[in-house]
Design a protein around this ligand. Structure first.
Ligand code: PRP
Ligand code: ZN
Ligand code: MG
Length: 221
């Protein structure tokens, strides 16, 4: 492949809580995003870089497999995909946006005295690995009910006694008559990297990008 066709790829969330802020970071770094005919791939006009626009859940695997050299994803999604002692080496930097927490929540009428209140209960979540480890570390045995979305309706539908879900403003819990009772994980957007170094011809673009992301992130405080 001639070197001028080589392009770096950054995996970003196509839509959802991090999508807009990810694009802001990218434009803040001086990259001009060209929305192409192709919804999956956006081109950067002024650098040999493409944005791979996918579901956030696909980002850790794409980056680990080297399909993209870099990715912008929530720490929560990363932590669900890989073991805890394996996370830091994948993270290039914390990006300071997309802050939210993964919390245990129960219906307003239910009392909660700590993790042991969950013993023998059913807990709905889209984060079975993170929740499984959290429960195990606390010696609690509970049934994890895995749901892809709409986790907040599970108690009302008698599918589960409690949920473990992301909380940002708290509006979803409130609208569903639930209260957050315990913290499982604090999250924010992180920049992750593939295990192998970028192609040599793109090393300068890669380094420039990291310096600029670092600059934008630092100036955002
Ligand atoms: C999360 C979570 C809640 C909502 C909480 O969903 O599952 O639905 O955000 O935010 P709030 O506290 O501000 O109401 P998200 O939008 O990440 O996507 P998903 O449920 O479609 O995966
Ligand atoms: Zn998702
Ligand atoms: Mg939701």
């Amino acid at each position: 492949m001639p070197s001028e066709t080589l392009r770096l790829r950054i995996a970003v969330q196509k839509s959802g809580r991090l999508a807009d802020r990810s694009l802001e970071l990218i434009s803040g770094a001086g990259l001009r995003v060209m929305k192409g005919a192709n919804e999956l791939l956006y081109r950067i006009e002024n650098q040999p870089i493409d944005l791979l626009r996918v579901r956030d859940d696909d980002i850790p695997t794409f980056v680990a497999d080297g399909v993209a050299e870099l990715g912008i994803v929530g720490y929560n999604v990363l932590a669900e995909h890989f073991p805890e002692d394996d996370l830091e080496e994948r993270i290039v930097m914390r990006l300071g946006f997309g802050k939210c927490t993964l919390k245990i929540a129960v219906p307003d009428s239910v009392s909660y005295e700590g993790p042991l209140s969950l013993e023998g209960k059913r807990i709905a979540t889209s984060y079975p690995n993170i929740l499984g480890k959290w429960l195990k570390d606390r010696g609690v045995s509970a049934t994890i009910v895995e749901m892809r979305g709409a986790v907040e309706v599970a108690p009302r539908m008698k599918i589960a006694h409690a949920i473990c879900d992301l909380v940002s403003t708290g509006a979803t819990l409130e609208a569903n008559g639930m209260k957050a009772v315990d913290l499982v994980l604090a999250s924010e957007a992180v920049l992750i990297k593939a295990p192998h170094a970028p192609p040599a011809d793109l090393a300068h673009v890669y380094d420039m990008l990291l310096r600029r992301f670092d600059g934008v992130t630092a100036s955002n405080g």
